[in-house]
Design a protein around this ligand. Structure first.
Ligand code: PEP
Ligand code: MG
Length: 590
């Protein structure tokens, strides 16, 4: 492996967020914890192996005790979970059985730990009781902690990294990425992950280049290797040759200059050449992103993904905590609009602290509104906070993952309940706010006209609409080639939604990442869409495309595009037809 040091290696992945960065590799890999090998030990080594195990447990326990001791008062609700873990470190079933396995099976401690924890986990999972099933998760976390001491893996906290480096990880969760300190981390690459996964969305909003779905990055890269990350083309280059390095340094400079030029024009209005005004809004995850969104030229916040607050807190926030955040956000944006989307956890925004359910297919499981409708207290807390914040600014309420009329009817009952409670509590609030649903599940497209009877607006979520209509997991790199915004099936669904909104005379927004790619703009404007919400960093480049586009011409072209059968033909048509106005893309790069 070490002999590869100077050899250039190119690995193709999926562009997570555009831009280029060049820097030293820093491996954040907990994968060692999962890649445990079995080896046999001699009779003489048994005692030593048991000792090694006991040592690892003692260290993990010590760590854990420190965490409990340092626990913030505000987080004291978590004490229970932490104490459960502490008890597990000492648990006879786990601890005693592992020691027995080492001496009876004559295997290494890692293997014994893996085997015994697997058995106990299966036992818990098979019990009908939900509480005990959830303990399987605790076993995993405790096991990982002991394992990391056994295999010598470092448990690196992303927020603690203070070198100018590029992160190389097996996988990063959206919550991990949201902790990235931009002054230190230049970019990141991962083995796992797919296009428009939430990891890539957070990376785009941080404006940090990333390549996901590389498969073998952690196995190939070594700490301190020189890396080039090209997030636009989804390429990772390890130990580049001099020529390659020069080429990319030049490309990086040109890209940055081009983007800086666009940003300087971000205050210009988004009006097509023939006078159609387009409203460009920002998708944000954290209140802190508002300043950036305004700088990039966002008029409104078209999508506030509220789940990140919950993920970062690692517990359910209180109504007042939520109110504080929402109020801060609407006041910062006032008098412009803020669309607050209710909690969309599970799917790929999972956090073991928030969900005790293990699902074989989380994307098809108890996600978003389905979770909220089953968790009355959590949902009501959030709705009450949103209605209270609406007294301070211009709020729209958006519900994710609606797949049938019954769900929106139920949501409205919850809203009424929240209103009654607020009245009883004599709280100041405003219930006169527009209600909308995300159109992101194919069934919602098919019944869009019925849904329109119950709401004031639609917001098309192409990230999920593509995932669910093409039947591909957003995070799965193996099927990322089928993640096609311009697939005729996807375009037909968007067109159907536009037609339904027009017929029922309700407002229509698109807040999926599709709107953030200039290539898609002629199609979307051609369909009559005029409200786009996207990652703030994409606004300048999309604005440029809009300002160079003729909407009437786009409408004529749409007819031709809708006749085409393949994503290839559609892309070719667009690239040819709009080659003179498409902003900086890979075609400039060859
Ligand atoms: C979408 O699905 O397009 C969307 C905007 O929501 P999210 O990416 O948060 O699932
Ligand atoms: Mg979605």
């Amino acid at each position: 492996m070490n002999s590869l040091k100077s050899e250039q290696i190119v690995i193709k992945g999926i562009g997570g967020s555009p831009g280029i960065c060049i820097g030293k590799a820093y491996i954040v890999d907990k994968e060692g914890v999962n890649l445990v090998q079995r080896y046999w030990i001699t009779d003489e080594s048994i005692a030593k192996e048991i000792d090694r195990f006991k040592h690892a447990v003692a260290k993990a326990k010590n760590d854990h005790a420190m965490i409990i001791k340092a626990l913030d008062k505000d987080l004291s609700e978590n004490l229970n979970i932490l104490e459960t873990h502490m008890a597990l470190f000492k648990d006879k079933m786990l601890y005693g059985k592992i020691i027995d396995t080492i001496s009876n099976d004559k295997v290494n401690a890692e293997w014994a730990l893996k085997k015994v924890s697997g058995q106990i986990k299966t036992m818990f999972q098979q019990i009908g009781d939900k509480y005990l099933q959830a303990r399987a998760n605790d076993i995993d976390q405790v096991t990982d902690k002991i394992m990391s001491y056994l295999v010598g893996a470092q448990d690196i906290k992303i927020s603690d990294i203070n070198k100018r480096i590029i992160i190389v990880a097996h996988d990063l969760s959206p919550a991990d990425v949201s902790q990235i300190q931009l002054e230190h981390i230049k970019g990141f690459v991962t083995d796992r992950g797919g296009k428009d996964s939430h990891t890539s969305i957070v990376a785009k909003s941080l404006n940090i280049p990333s390549v996901l779905g590389l498969g073998t990055a952690t196995a190939t890269v070594q700490n301190d290797d020189l890396l080039i990350v090209d997030g636009s083309s989804g390429t990772l280059i390890i130990n580049p040759e001099e020529d390659t390095l020069f080429k990319y340094e030049d490309r990086m400079t040109r890209f940055e200059e081009y983007m800086a030029g666009l940003e300087r024009e971000s205050h210009l209005p988004a009006i097509t050449k023939d006078g159609v005004t387009i409203n460009l809004m920002a998708n944000i995850e954290l209140v802190e992103e508002v300043v950036g969104a305004k700088d990039y030229g966002a008029h409104d916040i078209g999508l506030f993904r509220t789940e990140f607050l919950y993920l970062n807190l690692k517990r359910f926030p209180t109504e007042d905590e939520l109110l504080d955040k929402y109020k801060e956000l609407v006041e910062l944006m006032s008098p412009n609009q803020v669309t607050i989307r209710t909690l969309d956890i599970n799917g790929d925004k999972v956090n073991s602290h928030l969900s005790s359910i293990e699902e074989a297919n989380p994307a098809l499981g108890l996600r978003a509104v389905r979770f909220c409708l089953e968790n009355e207290k959590i949902f009501l807390t959030q709705l009450k906070a949103i209605l209270r914040a609406a007294a301070f600014g211009n709020i729209k309420l958006l519900i994710p993952m609606i797949s049938c009329v019954e769900e929106i009817v139920q949501v409205k009952e919850f809203i009424n309940k929240a209103i009654t409670k607020l009245e009883q509590e004599n709280k100041v609030f405003n219930s006169n706010i527009p209600l909308g649903v995300m159109i992101e599940v194919p069934s919602a497209v098919m019944i869009a006209e019925h849904l329109a009877e119950h709401v004031d607006f639609f917001s098309i979520g192409t990230n999920d609409l593509i995932q669910y209509s093409m039947a591909i997991d957003r995070r799965n790199r193996r099927v990322a080639h089928l993640y096609q915004a311009l697939n005729p099936a996807v375009l037909k669904m968007i067109k159907m939604t536009c037609d339904a909104a027009k017929k029922k005379n309700i407002e229509l927004v698109m807040c999926g990442e599709m709107a953030g790619d200039p290539v898609n703009i002629p199609v979307l404007v051609g369909m009559g869409l005029t409200n786009f919400s996207m990652n703030s960093a994409s606004i300048p480049i999309v604005k440029k495309m809009i300002r160079d586009l003729d909407a009437a011409h786009a409408k004529d072209n749409l007819k031709k595009i809708m006749e085409l059968n393949t994503v290839h033909d559609i892309s070719e048509f667009i690239l040819k037809e709009y080659k003179d106005i498409l902003p900086f893309s890979d075609k400039d790069e060859s």
